[in-house]
Design a protein around this ligand. Structure first.
Ligand code: M6R
Length: 365
């Protein structure tokens, strides 16, 4: 049932304040403002030397955001790879490491094969799954849930924000166990998560502006998405979402890579979407934006109130998100990139929920 929405994707985008809350309620003790994992862990975060994450598509991008988080807050080294590369690379793994597999369906063939490889290599096997009875969940020593309900649209939306919410909770748990944050810092991070659903509701309020931008985007042949740090995977997610449902060619790049190649593409016809809320990396991204503007590129900036105040001329459009702690900013920034892809696809007249050539669950390699 799509409710009042034209597509399942729209319904699922709008469900996110609730699905994030619901996921969070599984991981967090709201009263104590702590993360309280309900699953028995077959490993101790304090003893881990490395975390290896494998997944596909959007789930891989969730893992890529988590790499920034685990490294920053828990000082835990993370390798993250797409499962189809990881499994055939057969990387050496130190026994006793933790391998984490992220999958909405829990049936993705490459992710499952990566899991079986890691199990054979003496890794602790954990997964983050939306379908609890799935193969990947069943073959894991511990299966952490995302509680976003069934996702019908082929383009993943609410599953991604649920994955990020759960991963953020695991990061806090890991950081506490490893003593890289103290109790006060834990409360601060948990509070940021608890306050997130309200910010997501506010971010959904930019829809009318985004629809207007999408109308212009639907005329583009190529679109570049840029981000730094944990916003880099969000830039990749924006590009993935746009190409899969609107069929417009899009690429996500680390902003610092701009002058190592992609800037050659920039001209007056190419929209460049920059995902850059206020954080210590914003200044760097602003100088990349100047390079784009100097070549006539049309910049669409996704930032927050603080970031918007720092931006000078040369930006065609600014989508302003509420200012949130930088820990949760990547979760919030997924909202405008989802809406942008959705409305562009609606203008293009594509089959938004069932894009051509794609399946919801990729159970063959
Ligand atoms: O079910 P999974 O999370 O394992 O699926 C992984 C990818 O196939 C999936 O995220 C895909 O990239 C989406 N269509 C992206 O919107």
């Amino acid at each position: 049932d799509k409710g009042n929405h034209r597509h399942f994707m729209a319904k699922e985008i709008y469900e996110q304040p609730e699905t994030i809350s619901h996921t969070l309620s599984h991981y967090v003790d709201m009263g104590a403002e702590t993360v309280a994992l309900r699953e028995a862990l077959p490993f101790d975060f304090a003893d881990l030397r490395r975390l290896t994450i494998s997944a596909c598509g959007t789930a891989y991008l969730a893992g890529s955001v988590a790499k920034y988080w685990f490294e920053r807050y828990a000082r835990l080294p993370v390798d993250v790879d797409v499962a189809s590369e990881f499994r055939y690379r057969e990387p050496p793994l130190e026994s006793g490491g933790l391998a984490l597999f992220i999958s909405q369906s829990g049936e993705t063939a490459d992710t499952l094969a990566a899991l079986r490889y890691c199990a054979g290599q003496g890794q602790h096997v954990a997964s983050l799954i939306n379908v609890p009875e799935s193969t990947i969940a069943r073959e894991s020593q511990v299966a952490f849930p995302t509680l976003c309900g069934p996702e019908i649209g082929v383009a993943s939306t609410k599953a991604l924000t649920a994955q990020l919410t759960a991963l953020a909770s695991l990061v806090v748990a890991a950081a506490r166990a490893r003593n890289t944050i103290d109790e006060a810092q834990e409360r601060e991070l948990v509070r940021a998560l608890v306050e997130l659903p309200r910010a997501v509701s506010a971010a959904l309020g930019a829809e009318a502006q985004i629809e207007r931008i999408a109308k212009r985007l639907s005329k583009a042949k190529d679109v570049l998405y840029l981000g730094r740090g944990a916003m880099f995977p969000i830039a990749m997610e924006g590009a993935l979402k746009l190409k899969e449902i609107s069929y417009i060619h899009a690429e996500g790049y680390a902003a610092g890579e701009l002058k190592h190649g992609p800037i050659a593409l920039v001209d007056e016809t190419m929209p460049v979407i920059v995902v850059a809320p206020s954080d210590p990396l914003l200044e760097k991204t602003l100088s990349n934006m100047q390079e784009v503007a100097a070549r006539g590129g049309k910049i669409i900036l996704i930032t927050d109130e603080e970031g918007a105040a720092k931006v000078g001329a040369g930006v065609a459009e600014t989508i302003v998100l509420p200012t949130v702690p930088s820990f949760v900013a990547p979760i919030l920034a997924t909202i405008p990139v989802q809406l942008l892809a959705y409305h562009t696809a609606v203008f293009m007249g594509t089959d938004v929920d069932q894009p051509r050539n794609l399946a919801k669950s990729v159970t063959v390699e």
